[in-house]
Write a protein that binds this ligand. Sequence first.
Ligand SMILES: Nc1nc2c(c(=O)[nH]1)N[C@H]1C(S)=C(S)[C@@H](COP(=O)(O)O)O[C@H]1N2
Ligand SMILES: [Mo]
Length: 452
Amino acid sequence: MGPKGKPGRLQPAPENFLSADLIDQISKQGLDNSRRQFLRQSFATASAALVSGGALAAADHPGAAGEEAIIQLPQHSKTLGNPVAHLPYGLPSKHEAYLQRRESPGLTRRRESSIAFTPLQGLFGIITPSGLHFERHHAGWHDIDPASHRLMINGLVATPKVYTLGELMRLPSVSRMHFIECGANTAMDWANPAVPSVQYTHGMLSCCEFTGVPLSLLLEDCGIDKSAAKFVLAEGADGASLTRSIPIEFALDDVIVAWGMNGEMLRPENGYPLRLIVPGAQGVSWVKWLRRIEVGDAPFATREESTQYIDLMPDGLSRQYTLIQECKSVITSPSGGQRLLDRGFYNITGLAWSGRGRIARVDVSVDGGRNWTTARLESPVLPKCLTRFNLDWEWQGKPALLQSRAVDETGYVQPKISELRSVRGTRSVYHNNAIQSWRVEAAGEVINVQIS
Ligand SMILES: Nc1nc2c(c(=O)[nH]1)N[C@H]1C(S)=C(S)[C@@H](COP(=O)(O)O)O[C@H]1N2
Ligand SMILES: [Mo]
């Protein structure tokens, strides 16, 4: 398996302004054809790998600055570099500064109760770097002192308990990779394509390795009344006192009280020092700055489950207590706002996920759903976790309609937007898991479109 044609170049979405500048720079420089030919051949194998993820495919650029570096040693090849621990905590290269979480202009009135989206178009594999994890706060974030933070477990238990962080971290822990997706992800696109890039259509989505103690262990420790317990309430320590009810089957299954994220302590924005991990559930149930778990015999009818995060159905009634994020996928490159700079080979790449388990298959169409080809799933393929898919594609310079359709291990097939609307009507906000379409124009622009 591998590219047959010449690799095509990709201009990143406009928010990736540095890379676009780089393309300009590169195209202004010239190299004579024989050198170009020689270098093209030597880079032929390496270049295919570079055409991905929204990153600039620099290897096959005529007259690329990099070609000079091979022939004339640049300054950095002749001088001492920075010492070790120059940065005690490492940062991305300054050349990658365009890759940022971004707010959608005008989406909310206050930045304390807003959203910053993950730049999916520029990420590889399945793990979201901690600094690029999306953010959603109802009342802003604090950097809470872990020494004074406590977790209380009360309600239908024999012995209510209050834990310090130190006590929790002494317990047997687990580390698991899971996606988190806000129920409002892709909400802006229910009616029509509203936003230009995958960062804004699907960027309320991240995936990390989380470390913590299974909630079941803490509930056992407090002597949960298993015959009476039906739900637990999770409560956050922020000004929103955010609360959600979680069915006991979930609470006793794979829910984690986590302090770790990608191998280090949680970031303050993401709930430091403690957050609830509810694999497969929509983001709002993943209570940050977790301070209390109450065991009850009925759902608690809190604001965030009875009046918010609900789905207004065609009959005028609202569906409440939605928990699971259904199977969904999106092509992250080529994607909205990017531009294919010439014909040739492109790696169609994207992400698939399901709140019900593993991804079984992802099909990709380049003709708006007439024909489908099964994409390669890259390992690992884990339950309730992002799965990376890839497909070789030869762009002929003609308009194309790119779509991906995921199937999970339960056999559920990601729906078309028309199929979703026929069940849910047109007044929904949350839980849009429809197939995403990107139109590639003849000139190479990629735009967000809807195909019913
Ligand atoms: N305490 C608390 N927990 C919270 C929230 C909040 O505002 N306060 N926001 C929720 C929502 S709606 C989502 S989508 C996720 C977002 O998590 P993140 O900011 O780590 O991406 O956290 C959830 N947990
Ligand atoms: Mo959310």
